[in-house]
Design a binder for this molecule. Sequence first.
Ligand code: UGA
Length: 456
Amino acid sequence: MPSRIAVIGSGYVGTVVAACFAHLGHAVTGVEIDSEKLSLLRQGKAPFHEAGLDDLLSAGTSSGGLCFTDNVSLAMERCELVFICVGTPTGHDGHPDMSATAAVAKKIAPNLKGYHVVVVKSTVPIGTGRWLRTLIEDHLPAGYGPDHFSIVSNPEFLREGNAVQDFLYPDRVVLGGDRPQALDLVAEAYRPVLDGDFPKGPHRPGSVPVIFTSTTTAEAIKYASNSFLASKISFVNELAKICELVGADVTEVTAAMGLDMRIGGQFLDAGLGWGGSCFGKDLRALIAIATRYGYDARILRSALAVNVDQRKVVVEKLLQHLKVVSGARIGVLGLAFKAGTDDLRDSPAVGVCEALLDHKAVVTAYDPMVPTGAGPDGVLRACDAIAVAERADAVVVATEWPQFLSIDLSALRSRMRGRLLLDARNLFQPEKVQAAGLEYVGIGRSQPGERVLQSA
Ligand code: UGA
């Protein structure tokens, strides 16, 4: 049976959640207070780039299964499940800033007439479930009490650029709460996803595991997952440094490591370190939570420190190869924090541009998705990938956009005054780059001449 769902907050997470639940056949009301965003959403358009999202938004808004409003009371009247999807940016001392969540709780509480399940989708500090319950209880309308609502923690595992697929085909769904009736209601909303049975989807065999647990454990699962992935990347970037010292190739090392089922092949790409709005924030939050309890989370602190250092690798390598960076013309391929998004938040590529500007380099960048008006001040923007190479002393690959692999490397080389391609994402095959007359430098890679290639 279709659920009636309200989704509060239409950022990257909320918009995907609203559009995907509507796609599953539920009646969804999204809430957004920003009038510009609201107007776009009502036209079935996302206020940011996310693959496949516009199609779901326009299908949902035209069929009537999905609508958007700035009126929380209206949305609450139309739902039994209310998903909180507002931002929790890093605040004081690494702890997430919960002011948006608190504001939403105070807005929904007076509207909790009848039974509602309040589902926390935002990434929130461990222990938030209890805090939220108390806050809501204190703002309920007269005559209503704790039995009129339940809290369920349902962390999101949605990668930007892949969020629609991650929602519809998750590895698992985590539901934390202490009332079986509430957990069942939320699980029912996910039923088509759990059974792989929804309209117009390429179905995958097998059902999706659903983990029923406490709110505290569900909250911890989210931090643990992001912190582990972030640590995995820092591990691999540290390994890349060691590979450079000993003359091994990190891409071959990780490819072989990843074949071990206990390790797994994903998130083993050495590069510029992680960026985006999630890993840094969540790692800092978990460190801060541990510190509050008197525990020094050394592994997590190291993962963070390695990531901070990794951002310096481009300038270090340019200094090593060009000797003088001041006055050098550097072309930068990519600005987004990763491929498949136009998001610049905590982007390593932007960090590279800023570091180069600090060293008085002349920086020209191209990104296939980031509009020319966005991006760091002082960086010139090229109209295409080849144009960044105009009289450049070096070209740096800073975001792993797959379309960069189709660049005509000989044409790129002919525009440059130097011949260094610094592939800070290990996107290219070194031999291919070298064949175009360029000098290849990657992260933790042995030089093509040092490699003994063997066929199986
Ligand atoms: C991450 C998680 O992957 C999601 O599961 C989670 O829901 C989300 O955070 C969140 O908490 O909202 P996201 O930040 O969108 O998703 O992007 P990822 O694909 O995880 O990439 C994060 C960063 O790590 C990017 O800068 C990427 O370039 C970098 N990365 C990733 C590497 O440097 N190496 C890798 O092997 C993989």
